[in-house]
Design a protein around this ligand. Structure first.
Ligand SMILES: Cc1cc2nc3c(=O)[nH]c(=O)nc-3n(C[C@H](O)[C@H](O)[C@H](O)COP(=O)(O)O)c2cc1C
Length: 200
């Protein structure tokens, strides 16, 4: 059983990736504490080259996409029934998700069109903004909307919407301990709900 984390920043190893790692580490810690097994995998979209959906409707026939780009390598990973949940991490761009996150979500329609393959998977979201209040909550909710279109089960951080952090913190993005804690709390909450649902 597995939780997949998607880093939807165009930049490798920057704030979004860091915050997702913090969240996934907490998934590991919480899982180990229970003595059960729940793997994690971080998928970084930064090196991948793919565009948004072109509405060719090829995926209405089967689990496939006509665009032969790097999204192809994500299809088997996401189609794996062992995946219990997906945590999307995105930078805030112009008050909402990155175009990488939107392209990823639009292309994921192929899983919906083939029997709602994400139905009942857990969905959590993390947003890193340059400003303290730059649109993190709206961004999280925009990703939640796509997750609901998949009939996924939305998980928050046990208090609010999910992981929300401030990259331009005076101590650097690693210094926003309050924001980092929200991402860690989301990780713990994902494990809690996964354990309730799947007896793991
Ligand atoms: C095109 C663009 C638009 C941005 N828009 C916002 C915004 O609306 N609100 C905000 O708080 N930060 C905004 N930022 C800042 C990024 O969200 C912030 O630097 C984030 O930490 C970048 O993630 P990364 O380090 O993973 O690349 C924007 C950055 C870029 C490049």
């Amino acid at each position: 059983m597995k939780i997949i984390g998607i880093s939807a920043s165009p930049r490798k190893n920057e704030s979004t990736h860091f915050l997702l790692e913090q969240c996934l580490n907490e998934v590991k810690v919480a899982t180990a504490a229970s003595g059960k097994r729940l793997e994690v995998e971080l998928i970084d979209l930064a090196p991948l080259k793919f565009h948004g959906c072109i509405a060719c409707n090829a995926c209405k026939k089967n689990v496939s996409c006509s665009q032969l780009d790097d999204y192809q390598q994500l299809i088997p990973k996401l189609a794996d029934p062992e995946v219990l949940g997906i945590i999307m991490a995105t930078p805030v761009y112009m008050g909402c998700m990155s175009s990488q996150a939107k392209a990823f979500l639009d292309r994921s329609v192929l899983f919906r069109r083939n029997g709602f393959m994400f139905k009942n998977k857990l969905g959590g979201v993390i947003a890193f903004g340059g400003s303290r209040n730059g649109g993190q909550e709206l961004t999280i909710q925009a990703v939640h909307a796509a997750m609901m279109i998949h009939d996924m089960i939305i998980v928050g951080d046990g208090d609010h919407f999910g992981g929300a952090a401030w990259a331009n913190h005076p101590d650097g993005y690693q210094g926003d301990t309050i924001g980092i804690d929200t991402a860690k709390n989301l990780g713990r909450r994902m494990v809690e709900v996964a354990q309730m649902m799947h007896n793991i």
